[in-house]
Design a protein around this ligand. Structure first.
Ligand SMILES: NC(=O)c1ccc[n+]([C@@H]2O[C@H](COP(=O)([O-])OP(=O)(O)OC[C@H]3O[C@@H](n4cnc5c(N)ncnc54)[C@H](O)[C@@H]3O)[C@@H](O)[C@H]2O)c1
Length: 429
């Protein structure tokens, strides 16, 4: 399908209500933003990044709407496409999977071919590639499910912000994989905090202390680029470091409880004390960051990936009238009143986000999570760069930095060789 120009609300209305116009649009090869509200039209889903999360998200997309089909899959590596496809055989969505050999794509350009062939695209590669993939999807007029984080540097965040504005103008959905925002229990808890349940928020203590993650090793016939992309977690240019890749969930809950007002500066320390082997690329294994808001609120944030150490995932919030733990959905007032969310319905956040996305597409009422998915990604990048440089950095300095970590041209062969950042030496360009 060709890309299309500006979104025209009248055209969208006609497409939704008239089969004749639908056919005409298809013939003209135009991108489609709206689909039969009665669910009578099949929505073609494409998956880019066929790993653990992408495979899960594709399944959730299929479960969200009975008239969806997975029609195209792309990954840098064909073995990942094949292993993902195999997972669907005999599964609860087996009948909705219609990916033939001609629609299994590999290589750095695979994303372009997936986008051409679908109506809704799931973006689930490492975050380095998200800006480019999101832009291509929006330019082609496709609705998007966009995994977190959305970038690894300020340049990437700026690009994604622009793409989200373009999506809004075209009436396209951009739903973020910052999944906690779609968990009913957290929605109820955070809405209470925003509504003043603990008075004015003074301080957060948010923690993501967990164990080590996977490593896929190295094979003799892999180029350096293949080695790094297969082990993307460990390279800052691919993952943005684990503060961006994992702790972003904690930072997003903080940004959400602040009603999407984000901090203006960050001071941080970090380093690597367990993952010192060169096979772990150049990322740190711990960060401790203080974020500060214009109104004086502070967030003390801690994340680490250490084996044989205590683990903790929690988000404490202290206000003038009480305290809360967002992760466990509990609120305690200074007056003795307590509240805990009572789970009454099934509340699978991963499924909820797709249910909302597909309902929005069917209704023709686009959802765009661009602002907060960029805000939370930027918050994580601020923490990383404050630790790497050893300097207190402002949001504007990080957002507007020239530094761009992702190579302009991607090819199998050499890959960026970035040293472990040393505070006081690393400079943010
Ligand atoms: N929302 C959540 O709770 C959650 C959970 C896990 C992962 N994630 C996010 O989802 C994304 C994927 O994580 P994962 O755990 O599935 O990792 P994964 O390694 O299992 O999958 C990533 C896949 O992307 C492929 N890939 C790499 N570069 C590509 C490119 N340029 N084009 C196409 N494919 C490419 C890889 O080969 C791999 O198969 C990450 O951004 C991660 O942070 C989100």
């Amino acid at each position: 399908m060709a890309t299309q120009g500006h979104y025209n609300p009248n055209r969208r209305h006609f497409i939704r209500t008239s089969g004749g116009v639908l056919a005409a649009a298809a013939l003209a090869g135009q991108a489609r933003t709206a689909f039969a509200a009665d669910g009578g039209e099949t929505l073609r889903v494409g998956l880019i990044g066929c790993g653990g999360r992408g495979s899960g998200a594709a399944r959730e997309a299929l479960l969200a709407d009975p008239n969806t089909k997975l029609v195209a899959m792309g990954d840098t590596f064909m073995d990942r496409v094949e292993s993902s496809l195999k997972k669907f055989v005999g599964s609860d969505v087996d009948k909705q999977v219609a990916v033939d050999k001609d629609h299994m794509f590999s290589g750095f350009d695979a994303y372009k071919k997936v986008i051409e062939n679908c109506d809704v695209v799931v973006l689930a590669t490492p975050p380095a590639f998200r800006p480019e993939h999101l832009r291509a999807a929006v330019e082609a007029g496709k609705h998007v499910f966009c995994e977190k984080p959305v970038a690894v540097d300020g340049a990437g965040v700026r690009h994604v912000l622009e793409s989200c504005k373009m999506a809004e103008a075209k009436g396209l959905c951009v739903v973020s994989g910052l999944c906690y925002r779609y968990q009913f229990a957290k929605q109820e808890t955070v809405n209470k905090l925003i509504g003043g349940a603990i008075g004015d928020i003074m301080v957060f203590q948010t923690t993501y202390n967990t164990g080590a993650l996977w490593h896929h090793g190295r094979k003799d016939d892999w180029s350096e680029m293949e080695y790094q992309v297969r082990n993307w977690l460990y390279f800052d240019w691919l993952s943005g470091d684990h503060i961006n890749e994992q702790h972003i969930h904690s930072l997003d809950k903080v940004g959400w409880a602040m009603n999407n007002v984000y901090p203006i500066k960050a001071t941080s320390s970090g380093g690597r004390v367990q993952r010192t082997d060169p096979k772990f690329g150049n990322i740190y294994d711990h960060f401790n960051t203080v974020y500060e808001w214009e109104n004086g609120t502070k967030a003390f944030s801690s994340c680490r990936q250490w084996d044989n150490a205590s683990t903790d995932v929690s988000d404490w919030v202290y206000g003038t009238k009480g305290k809360a733990n967002i992760q466990t959905h509990e609120i305690w007032g200074h007056d003795g009143a307590t509240w805990k969310h009572e789970q009454t319905t099934e509340d699978n956040m991963y499924q909820n986000e797709h249910n909302v996305l597909f309902a929005a597409i069917r209704k023709g009422e686009p959802i765009n999570n661009g602002e907060y998915m960029c805000g939370s990604t930027l918050m994580a990048i601020m923490g990383r760069l404050a630790a790497y440089t050893g300097k207190t950095l402002t949001r504007d300095e990080v957002l507007n930095a020239k530094e761009s970590l992702v190579p302009q041209t991607l090819a199998w062969g050499d890959a960026p060789q970035r040293a472990v950042a040393q505070p006081g030496v690393y400079e943010l360009a």
